[in-house]
Write a protein that binds this ligand. Structure first.
Ligand SMILES: [Zn+2]
Length: 336
């Protein structure tokens, strides 16, 4: 079936990515009569809201027969996932550039899926981002890493340590708070996908009670330093400890997305990877929060290249969209 997103957007395409752009989109959607859309709001301590957009046809197949998919962008410095979510949202509502010719595809998705999109799980962090996108033409990775993780308050120019949570009363606060962090009370800061107290996890847990998602796809980006690749899927850090059926599902979907990236003009690694195999500390942080999820749901992470001229912004967004669309096809194939 012909759908949108067969080719990357043109250079210079306007994407809704920043918190202000997403707020404006929400305002315009609230003013429309859209029976296929539910918008859930999760306030952050810092002010501002995380929005979850749930799409499904109210008159489609019974909810129990539908595929249930949750898609989110956890890290505030990784804009291509946000752009992919907002473009998909508009396409499924028949709005914007992708509205024409996609009616059958739109109907098919809305009839067969309960799809939740969280384009930005940390708008507080996104507000601290000095630029909208990074394509490697202006900002060095060294500068970018200081924005991302924060700059040490003890040693100028050094990166603040990467920990799931830190308390401003217990450490020397960073000279610059990283875009990645979410402040959750007067003193406490967390990395959204490494601490279940984040608004990211709160939005998932609350909506999962309603929809019992089968698959959770997180859209991430990384720099691929020292590699000629520009995309890879991350399997759970506990992949080797998962029950065989769940390990197989994770691997199968990861491989399907790698194949779809090759077709979409990406240069993915040969196969999905288990991250942090040689970094016990980061692996333990991730396994602690993700193992309970990965045992019962397929949870996978895309990593699409950020901040490198080899992967311009339209390709970054295109690869994230390709991963989402392939996930939908895989969910349907698996049940067929
Ligand atoms: Zn990330």
């Amino acid at each position: 079936m012909k759908g949108p997103f067969e080719r990357p957007f043109e250079a210079g395409h306007h994407y809704e990515v920043t918190p202000d752009e997403i707020e404006a989109l929400v305002q315009s959607l609230h003013s429309m009569e859209l029976p296929v859309l539910t918008i859930s709001t999760f306030p952050q301590y810092e002010g501002g809201d995380v929005y979850a957009f749930t799409l499904t046809a109210p008159d489609g197949a019974g909810a129990e027969g539908k595929h249930r998919l949750f898609i989110s962008r956890p890290h505030a410095h990784e804009p291509a996932g946000t752009a992919a979510c907002t473009e998909l949202l508009k396409a499924l509502l028949g709005l914007g550039d992708c509205a024409e010719g996609g009616e059958a595809w739109r109907r098919w998705v809305l009839d067969h899926f309960v799809l939740t999109l969280v384009p930005d799980a940390n708008p507080g962090g996104s507000r601290r981002a000095p630029v909208k996108f990074r394509d490697g033409s202006e900002i060095s990775n060294e500068q970018f890493f200081l924005w991302m993780f924060g700059e040490s308050g003890e040693e100028p120019g050094a990166r603040f340590p990467r920990v799931p949570a830190w308390d401003a009363r217990e450490v020397t606060p960073p000279a610059l708070v990283g875009i990645t962090c979410e402040q959750i009370d007067s003193y406490l800061f967390v990395e959204p996908n490494r601490d279940t107290r984040s608004t990211f996890f709160r939005s998932f847990f609350e909506l999962d009670k309603l929809h019992d998602y089968e698959v959770w796809l997180d859209l991430h980006q990384t720099e691929f330093i020292g590699s000629d690749r520009n995309a890879e899927m991350h399997l759970p850090t506990c992949q080797d400890e998962l029950p065989e059926t769940m390990a197989t599902r994770h691997r199968e979907l990861g491989e399907a997305i790698h194949a779809s990236w090759r077709q979409a003009g990406g240069n993915p690694k040969e196969a999905p990877v288990v991250p942090y195999r040689t970094n016990e500390e980061q692996r333990a942080f991730l396994t602690k929060v993700w193992e309970p999820v990965s045992k019962t749901k397929v949870h996978l992470v895309t990593e699409v290249q950020n901040n490198h001229p080899r992967t311009p912004v339209p390709l970054q967004v295109h690869l994230q969209l390709a991963a989402i669309l392939e996930t939908m096809r895989w969910m349907v194939r698996r049940k067929a």
